[in-house]
Design a protein around this ligand. Structure first.
Ligand code: MG
Length: 405
């Protein structure tokens, strides 16, 4: 059924687009994607308004953003930080709330048009499900939502009027390559990877690499968690799963290719041998701008024009599955399905957090993910409750491996 889908954008109505300001809920507004989303909202005030800003702990930046954008609502995730935000915004007509239940509730408000999900990790799942159930369009930056619960999210989208538009640069590239094409003509998706900060590091040297080494990403400026995921290439494994669910393409037809310059954001190969690629500078403003423009038109900007002559050499190579074994883990998780990807994600989140505080070494991330996967069973066709239970169990087990290695 998905194979026959023809991906054509709905008719664009420019007049509508210009007269209707879309209310945007930015979940994770103080993170890297959240801040760049607010840049785009500020760039097109006739198209977008920040309606809701949500941050977990960064009170100072959240307060600055709220004073600048004056959204209708602000939510700080951690309840104990609520008085700080409330008092700092008391002179403005902004409703301040706290706690994770408030987030899932606020995204369903009738005024909200689009929800940008830019929280880190599993924490994005509950509010994304609430937004889909309420028929909101989603600009998906929280790839873990599809990694963990792609099967459930796909079912909910089929029953909802909401659309899910990818913010991830590779998936934005797939989307642009697939517009106007029949999915049955696609032979494979070619997912490009920068290779991360350790692409040229010999395998034997990886065990000594600390988080501060991994955080020096060559091309992309990103948050700490995704930068470590890029160093282990877990991020690319996640993106393979994200593409599988977004476009209904089996994991064995998604090929990862290392492209260190990060100019080709991904490609699609068709049954006649043609390959379409989408190119652009490695700057997340571009895919965010594209996602927020959907389903209308591209958002014109004088910025970010690239000159291909600055890039005389674009290179492509096979990924090293031996050096980055989490790639293989991700393909295996995609094949097994059920709650296996949820376990993989939970163990990875715990391991990456431990690596970031120098509690474990680089190779321990893989060890913890694999040990957790072999310890927990698999639930096929999971419900939301199954994901919650599986996530909790996997976290607890992964944590025990860190405490008692
Ligand atoms: Mg990406």
């Amino acid at each position: 059924m998905i194979e026959e889908k023809c991906l054509i954008l709905p008719d664009c109505n420019d007049n509508n687009m210009e007269s209707n300001v879309r209310n945007i809920a930015v979940l994770g507004s103080t993170g890297s994607i959240g801040r760049q989303t607010l840049d785009i909202i500020a760039e097109y005030p006739h198209l977008f308004k920040a309606h809701l800003l949500v941050a977990n702990t960064s009170t100072d930046l959240l307060i600055d953003q709220a004073r600048r954008f004056v959204p209708r609502q602000v939510i700080i995730g951690q309840d104990n930080l609520y008085p700080i935000v409330r008092d700092a915004l008391s002179d403005l007509p902004i409703e301040v709330m706290s706690g994770h239940a408030a987030i899932a509730d606020a995204v369903t408000a009738p005024e909200v048009d689009t929800v940008v999900t830019a929280m880190v990790g599993y924490s994005g799942l509950e509010s994304t499900i609430a937004a889909i159930r309420a028929g909101k369009d989603i600009a998906l930056a929280n790839k873990e939502t599809l990694v963990v619960a792609g099967e459930l999210i796909t079912q909910l989208l089929a029953q909802s009027t909401s659309h899910l538009y990818p913010v991830d640069s590779e998936h934005g590239a797939f989307y642009q390559c697939l517009v106007g094409e029949r999915m049955s003509d696609v032979s494979k998706l070619i997912l490009t990877a920068s290779g991360g900060p350790f692409r040229t590091t010999p395998k034997v040297e990886l065990s000594a690499k600390r988080a501060c080494d991994a955080l020096k990403h060559p091309n992309w400026s990103m948050g700490a968690k995704i930068t470590i995921d890029s160093a282990t290439m877990m991020n690319k494994g996640f993106e393979m799963l994200e593409a599988k669910w977004l476009f209904g393409v089996s994991h064995d037809r998604i090929e990862i290719v290392v492209h260190p310059q990060s100019i080709v954001h991904s490609m699609v190969e068709f049954c006649d041998g043609s390959v379409k690629a989408q190119l652009g500078l490695p700057d997340m403003h571009l895919p965010i701008r594209y996602a927020l423009g959907l389903p209308g038109s591209r958002l014109s900007t004088p910025n970010f024009k690239m000159s291909l002559s600055d890039y005389s050499s674009l290179t492509f190579e096979k990924p090293d599955f031996d050096k980055f074994p989490l790639l293989d883990t991700a393909y295996r998780a995609a094949e097994l399905g059920g709650t296996v990807p949820c376990v993989m994600n939970a163990a990875n989140e715990i391991a990456v957090a431990a690596y970031l505080r120098d509690a474990i070494g680089f190779n321990d991330i893989y060890r913890i993910v694999e040990s957790t996967l072999s310890h927990l069973g698999n639930v096929q066709h999971p419900t939301y409750a199954d994901y919650v239970q599986c996530n909790n169990e996997a976290r607890a087990y992964a944590m025990s491996l860190i405490t008692h290695p």
